[in-house]
Structure formats: C-alpha cells, structure tokens
Design a protein around this ligand. Structure first.
Ligand code: HPA
Length: 280
C-alpha cells in the first residue's frame, strides 16, 4: 500500500509554492465534466498535476489534470480540475493526497462537486443536489483513507462524522440558489468504487438505504477534509437517472454523464460564485 507522511505533502506544497505564493483559504474539487468551472477563475496560475510530486494523475476522459489557483468573486481559491478515482487503481491514500496538500496550503473550506446518478425518483438529469450526508460504502467495507498510522499533528485518530456537511454553508448555498432561481435538492450521496455502473437490483437496494444520488468519488475526500478540520460543502450534478428495471431500453454510459455536465456547469458556477462571494 502506498502510504504518505507529512514530508510528502510538504514536498508537493513546496513545488506549488514555486509557482505562486498566493494564500488560498478555499479549495474546490471539480468532478466529471465539471472542470469548466475552473475557467471562471481570474488571474489564474495553472500547475499540471504531472509537475507535483506524489499527485495522482487522472486517466479518465472528461477529467483534465491541473491545479488552478485564481480568484473567484474576490476570493482566492485553489481548484482541482479533474480528480483521480479509486477505480483507476490508486489507493485511497493516493486518491486523497490532494486534500492533504490543500490542508497544508491553508485551505479551511472545501467545496467538492461530482457527477452522480439520480436515485431519488424526483430528480431529473441536469438537476443539482446539495449533500447533507453520505454513505461511504467503500470505506464501510474496509477501504477508509484514514486507515494506517495516524499523524496527530494532521488530525485525530477517531474523527466524528455527525456534522460532516457544514450546516451554515448549506444554508448559504440554498439562499444563493433561491435568489438565482436554481432548483437545489438536498440529499444523501452514496459512494461506490465503480467503474461499472450499478445493476437495477443494486439501484433498488441503494434507494432502500436512503440514498438519493450515487457516484464514485467525494466521500473519501470528505473524510480526509473533516479529519483535517475543514468545513465541507459538496454538490452532485445529476447526470443521469438511475435505471431500476433490467428490461429498460437503454443503459447508463459515460457520454451521457459528460453531456449533462454542460447543463450543470452554469448552475454550479452561479451557486459557487454566490457562496465564495460571501466567504471572501
Ligand atoms: N452511478 C455511479 N456513478 C455515476 C453515475 C451513476 O449512475 N452517474 C455519474 N456517476
């Protein structure tokens, strides 16, 4: 298993600092088909992931691989344009390495986005959901990124997860969405490993569990961010409606996931702008 320690994170930070000394209190993680959000950053400095030691490279179509540091509504943010996934063969420590680097860069508020399938039958393709909780199936079944030696200078051995998705930030997101006339659902995200999409029986099971959206990221990054004491806000862009019937005419595919991103990016950009304007 690839394990990292603080020296590895500090090494990555030193390289990023050689590009810019700009302090950034807010971090953004941009999911599948949502990287276009980084175009909204002004005075941007772009650092390819290949230049940052230890940084996992994304191999997936729809995920570019660069760190962008720039201003959004007067607020300096550090944005991951593209993320690595567990299904690409990385360990959980590798997948969440960027969150540790953001911690050492001074990020205190982390905003994550992902592409997800809509389990809630009230959700439509193109909708946006605010996460108020998650079910981390991958972590629950023995692949939690916080497993292994714990560095107390980074975070506690047994972090609580009751208040994972910050209530004040959620309230703010709703306020911004309401003012902009954007419908914003709020619900539970379930994280699976992928890369295969779910079977209809799995979809029906996930609904019984109380999940509203299903995806292959975010939950493990959120665990690391909360371990680091960051405030967390996260959104799912609903890129497809989950199929619960084996006789359904069509199948879920990555192209529809990327296509829906085009409708979702403008909505999320509006919401994120409004949120960070208040944080600035
Ligand atoms: N399932 C899992 N992950 C996803 C989906 C889905 O339907 N859509 C986008 N990411």
């Amino acid at each position: 298993m690839t394990m990292y320690d603080k020296a590895d994170y500090e090494h990555a930070v030193a390289v990023i600092r050689s590009y810019t000394a700009q302090q950034t209190g807010v971090g953004l993680v941009l999911g599948s088909g949502l990287g276009g959000l980084a175009d909204a950053l002004a005075d941007a400095v772009t650092i390819p992931y290949t230049e940052i030691p230890g940084w996992p490279q994304s191999t997936v179509v729809g995920h570019s691989g660069e760190l962008v540091i720039g201003r959004l509504e007067g607020c300096w943010v550090v944005a991951q344009r593209g993320r690595a996934h567990y299904y690409e063969g990385y360990t959980m420590q590798q997948v969440t390495f960027p969150i540790r680097v953001m911690q050492l860069l001074g990020v205190r508020t982390l905003i994550l986005t992902n592409a997800a399938g809509g389990l809630n039958t009230g959700y439509r393709t193109g909708d946006v959901m605010l996460l108020n909780d998650h079910i981390n199936l991958v972590g629950m079944t023995g692949n939690n990124p916080l497993m292994g030696p714990n560095d107390e200078s980074i975070g506690p051995r047994f972090p609580g997860m009751t208040h994972t998705y910050d209530r004040d930030l959620r309230r703010l997101a709703h306020q911004v969405a309401d003012e902009a006339g954007i419908k914003l659902h709020e619900g539970v995200y379930v994280c699976l490993s992928g890369p295969s999409y779910e079977t209809p029986a799995e979809i029906r099971m996930l609904r019984i569990w109380g999940a509203d959206a299903v995806g292959m990221s975010t939950a493990h990054e959120v665990l690391v961010a909360r371990h680091a004491g960051m405030r967390v806000l996260a959104f799912s862009g609903i890129t497809n409606e989950a199929i619960d019937d084996p006789d359904h005419e069509t199948d879920t595919n990555h192209e529809e996931v990327l296509d829906a991103g085009k409708v979702i990016v403008p909505k999320l950009t509006t919401i994120l702008r409004g949120v960070v304007r208040t944080l600035a």
